[in-house]
Write a protein that binds this ligand. Structure first.
Ligand code: TYD
Length: 234
């Protein structure tokens, strides 16, 4: 294994075989509320890596450019090296979570149009919500890059909504991250998994995502296993 370059809450980034690549290693940790709640769940890293790889493959096939090169094993993937934009890019299709807390909106309202949000990834300031003008002023990205990120994220939303609906799951909201290669190419990076999406059963509205951990309302591993089983047609 290459040298550890960065250790996040749920993943490690390791040096790759050449200067244009990284290895990402999925851990079993789960955190919520900016790391205030923290636990370990045996097998979570394997489940998230497996789920995220299936989703990234689907997106690549649909023409979305991602950092994925190949899955190496249950916990490790080879990816193109990017510098991550310090932005949490969020889409909401149904109201819940911080949207309701912040704005006093009722939970579970199906939105007429998806809501696009960005937060500045900055733990010290609590990942504040920002707009394009803020991002440009702070030199986090250019206007052109932000426009590409928004268009691409809306496309990802349509693809993911249709994908999960096949498994009787509604895509409530999700977070993605983008990065830039040394050549300036913008790629979808990080992961897409039940850690970063909210998924509700179409018939029962049962939660199939990290809210079971955030709200202590279910078994995280059994929940993620069920998502994967549905995706594999089991
Ligand atoms: P949001 O409702 O903004 O945050 P919270 O989880 O604090 O209520 O989250 C919207 C979606 O984005 C949800 O599916 C979780 C995901 N998300 C992350 O994966 N990481 C993050 O740091 C944030 C802010 C959201």
């Amino acid at each position: 294994m290459g040298k550890l370059l960065y250790e996040g809450k749920a993943k490690q980034v390791l040096e790759g075989d050449n200067e244009n690549e990284y290895i990402i290693h999925y851990k079993d940790d789960a955190t919520a509320g900016n790391g205030v709640k923290h636990d370990q769940f045996e097998g979570k890293g394997v489940l998230n890596n497996t789920i995220s790889c299936i989703i990234f493959d689907m997106l690549e096939e649909a023409g979305i450019k991602t950092h994925m090169i190949e899955k190496l094993n249950d916990r490790d993937i080879r990816v193109r090296k990017v510098e991550i934009f310090p932005l949490e890019v969020i889409i909401r299709n149904i109201t819940t979570g911080s949207f309701c807390k912040r704005l006093g909106a009722p939970e579970g309202i199906v939105l007429d149009e998806p809501i696009f949000e960005m937060s500045y990834k900055n733990d010290e300031y609590g990942d504040p919500l920002i707009n394009d003008d803020h991002a440009v002023a702070l030199k986090l990205a250019t206007r052109e890059e932000l426009a590409y990120i928004k268009t691409t994220t809306l496309k990802i939303n349509e693809l993911l909504k249709a994908f999960f609906l096949k498994f009787n799951l509604k895509l409530v909201d999700f977070k993605v991250e983008f990065g830039k290669t040394a050549d300036g190419e913008i790629l979808l990076a990080d992961e897409i998994s039940p850690d970063s999406c909210r998924l509700w059963d179409v018939d029962t509205n049962q939660k199939y995502d990290k809210d079971v951990f955030r709200q202590d309302i279910g078994d995280l591993i059994e929940t993620y296993k069920e998502v994967l089983a549905r995706m594999q047609g089991k």
